[in-house]
Design a protein around this ligand. Structure first.
Ligand code: AMP
Ligand code: MG
Length: 404
């Protein structure tokens, strides 16, 4: 299968006199002004099984307009095909959430276990009553404050949502993303869009189009390249079907932020630690090994000095050549200068958890590229995103933590 790649870059946005994607959102007419992608009339280049559709806007505007491009991508989804697209959290792999066959294609492309339900993405509040049975008061409060944005809510599903989308559950997860391309694509599709992260199941989630290409080229119909995502971690998931709202996956919107709105919020007990046969996570996906690089990942937790000393101590035990090629270190600006061996990847400063979140999945993927066998990563408990970052790292590391 040939996968079509549509590219939307910031420079192109500037070319079309847009200050950036934010402006587009304000105009609420993203597709009109967003720089366009040439398709049939533009330059097309086949590289492997990717058909790169290069824009010709700079040379006088030949090719598809952005409206046309999004309409085409929307049509692919409406007709049962799959399109990967950027959201503010990670890249999603979109298909028609109301079409069981499309859902089955998503599972097949990702190699995802079919009991791991998909999140349905909508572009406006009007779409919600169609797909859920009942909207609790708390959902309106959360939606008013955080939608569009990085939080997913779980409701009882309506009859039009097939079990093929919900992994056989009577509930459905719903999110309204804020990324302008995601919003425009969902509108163009005209249906709720089921979109799990656009990676092969088990691998780190994709935070840029290159990651999606790596995992899914040749397996899906199209990819929209909208550059690096903003947040870099998947949405918070909150279940509204029980007595108290319950967080099933931590994300950018924290428990404290939610408690301010709706009072008591519980955490799913399964979030506390390693898999336990007696505590089954309420989000089936949280059961699976996730986000993992190929090498064996260990979290090293302690003061900067102790972390550096521990990792250097491990490096000393190896032959120079081995330390250089087989060990990866995911670290920060504060500590990076003190490692003289190994493949070192820096995810920003310890002072800024936003940057760490944005870069952590890319760093895990970089380790796969280096083909290292052993990986050490610093721990990032501090800061508002600490809980979400550590949830993903713990899973990626199979809860292997060394305290030093
Ligand atoms: P992903 O789309 O890859 O970010 O994964 C979606 C996550 O949402 C998985 O962990 C799913 O188990 C979870 N999820 C989706 N629908 C439901 C649902 N109806 N009930 C509980 N968890 C859900
Ligand atoms: Mg995922």
């Amino acid at each position: 299968m040939i996968t079509k790649l549509y590219k939307i870059t910031d420079e192109l946005c500037e070319e079309s006199n847009l200050a950036g994607k934010e402006k587009l959102e304000a105009d609420n007419q993203p597709s009109k002004e967003l720089a366009a992608i040439g398709s049939s009339a533009g330059k097309e280049k086949l590289v492997g099984n990717i058909l790169r559709c290069e824009t010709t806007l700079q040379n006088g505007g030949a090719g598809l307009s952005c409206d046309d491009m999004l309409a085409e991508a929307g049509r692919i989804i409406r007709d049962g095909g799959l399109v990967a697209f950027p959201t503010e959290t990670v890249y999603g792999l979109g298909g028609n959430a109301l079409d069981e066959t499309a859902a089955a294609r998503i599972y097949a492309a990702k190699g995802r276990p079919s009991d791991n339900p998909l999140i349905a993405h909508i572009a406006s509040m009007e779409e919600l009553p169609r797909i859920v049975k009942y909207i609790p008061e708390s959902a309106y409060k959360i939606a008013e404050k955080y939608w569009p944005g990085p939080i997913t809510m779980i409701f009882e599903k309506s009859d039009i949502v097939p079990y093929g989308t919900t992994g056989g559950l009577d509930t459905v997860a719903v999110r309204m993303p804020s990324h302008p391309i995601a919003k425009a694509l969902i509108k163009a599709a005209g249906v709720p869009v089921a979109a799990p992260s656009a990676n092969v199941s088990g691998r780190p989630s994709p935070t840029k189009a290159a990651h999606v290409i790596e995992d899914l080229s040749g397996k899906i119909d199209a990819i929209i390249d909208g550059g690096q995502v903003d947040i870099g971690l998947e949405s918070t998931i909150i279940d509204l079907t029980g007595e108290y709202p319950t967080i099933l996956r931590p994300g950018y919107v924290s428990r404290e932020m939610l408690e301010e709105l709706v009072g008591r919020v519980d955490m799913d007990p399964a979030l506390d630690g390693p898999p336990d046969n007696n505590i089954r996570p309420k989000a089936p996906g949280m059961m699976y090994r996730h986000y993992a690089p190929k090498g064996e990942l260990t979290i090293v937790e302690g003061s900067n000095d102790n972390v550096v000393a521990y990792i250097n101590g491990r490096l000393e035990l190896l032959e120079d050549n081995e330390a250089e090629t087989k060990v990866g270190i995911i670290t920060t600006i504060e500590n990076a200068p003190y490692f003289s061996k190994g493949k070192v990847v820096c995810v920003g400063t310890r002072e800024d958890d936003d940057t760490v979140a944005r870069q952590i999945y890319g760093a895990l993927r970089q380790m796969d590229e280096y083909n290292v066998e052993v990986i050490y990563v610093e721990s990032f408990r501090e800061g508002p995103l600490g809980e979400a970052i550590m949830n993903r790292l713990n899973k990626a590391a199979g809860y292997r933590v060394v305290r030093v």
